[in-house]
Write a protein of this length. Structure first.
Length: 320
């Protein structure tokens, strides 16, 4: 009976994370708009970071709670799942085109920062120095996005590779200040509460089933915190907005490593157990595979999607 309760709490925690992040973004963007902050800046900060709120909340909560394997497992697992499962599934619905900037800048950046995570984790810990390095790189990447968007005058949604249907945010951004504050506050509370539910219930399930927190973090928790990306990318593929599908995933992976792991390391040293070297390597190889598939025709086809899905099945078997 206790296991059933914990499973329900896990699902409830994921629901809190997804809805809380959505409300937080709506409220914070509404406040920023009311104070005359340009939408470009809002998109590059509030909305972009909001998509990583579930991963950030779970990873930081896990680190503070002493469940370090969930912290790293959640991020690395999410990045692997984002490419191999989410893009694999999306490509099955419709071949995904990839923007030039995504192909030649964002995907290589994803590979480079995955290597950075691997190197920084070789000493067994992501400490405050490592965290600061990641956050500096993160800020530099945001500056690059801002300058690129300002120069080319492209939409915020295209620039931050967010996929949060920014074009539909205009009505929500007209929320009054009181409503925006309520959305922001309630959203933040839901994210915090959801992260605690997920970490506690996932840890309990791991102990009862005899599974490692690493495995739980790499699979169940990673899938739960990647639900926004899953819904957005598959929906974008079905609607044939394929550039959003790939951009959303690549952007999410970059923010996950630089912002989430970086911030976690600054708050509290996060142990990076030797087994995570294998998982980080797989994450980097998945990004490299994505690059190789997209280079010839600047598209991710159905055959490539099937291969990505098969690769995840092989990875899952390897860590089982």
């Amino acid at each position: 009976m206790e296991m059933v309760i914990q499973l329900l709490l896990l699902v409830l925690g994921f629901a809190f994370l997804v809805k809380g992040a959505d409300w937080f973004v709506d409220g914070a963007a509404g406040i920023a708009t009311r104070f005359g902050i340009p939408q470009l800046v809002i998109g590059l900060t509030i909305v972009a970071m909001g998509t990583s709120a579930p991963e950030a909340a779970v990873s930081i909560t896990a680190a503070i709670s002493g469940n370090a394997e969930i912290t790293i497992g959640n991020i690395v697992g999410s990045n692997i799942l984002n490419i191999l499962i989410i893009l694999g599934l999306s490509a099955l619905f419709y071949p995904l085109s990839v923007a030039k900037s995504t192909l030649f800048v964002d995907i290589p950046v994803t590979i480079a920062i995955t290597v950075l995570l691997y190197v920084l984790g070789l000493d067994g810990t992501i400490n405050i120095v490592d965290g600061v390095i990641m956050l500096v790189v993160f800020i530099s990447y945001l500056v690059y996005l801002f300058l690129t968007a300002k120069k080319s005058k492209v939409s915020v949604a295209e620039t931050i590779k967010d996929g949060n249907s920014w074009e539909n945010q205009s009505e929500k951004n007209q929320l009054s200040i009181p409503k925006s504050l309520i959305y922001t506050g309630v959203g933040l509370l839901l994210v915090v509460a959801g992260s605690k539910l997920v970490v506690d219930s996932a840890s309990f399930i791991a102990r009862v089933l005899g599974l490692s927190e690493r495995f739980i973090g790499l699979t169940i928790v990673a899938l739960g915190t990647s639900l926004p990306e899953l819904f957005t990318s598959v929906s974008a593929a079905i609607k044939k907005n394929s550039d959003i599908a790939i951009g959303n995933i690549v952007g999410s992976n970059i923010f996950n490593i630089l912002f989430v792991v970086g911030l976690s390391g600054v708050i509290i040293p996060v142990p990076f157990a030797p087994p995570f070297r294998f998982d980080t390597l797989i994450s980097g190889l998945a990004a490299l595979l994505l690059l190789l598939f997209c280079l010839p025709k600047k598209k991710l086809g159905r055959v490539a999607g099937v291969i990505l899905l098969l690769c995840y099945i092989a990875y899952f078997i390897a860590i089982w």
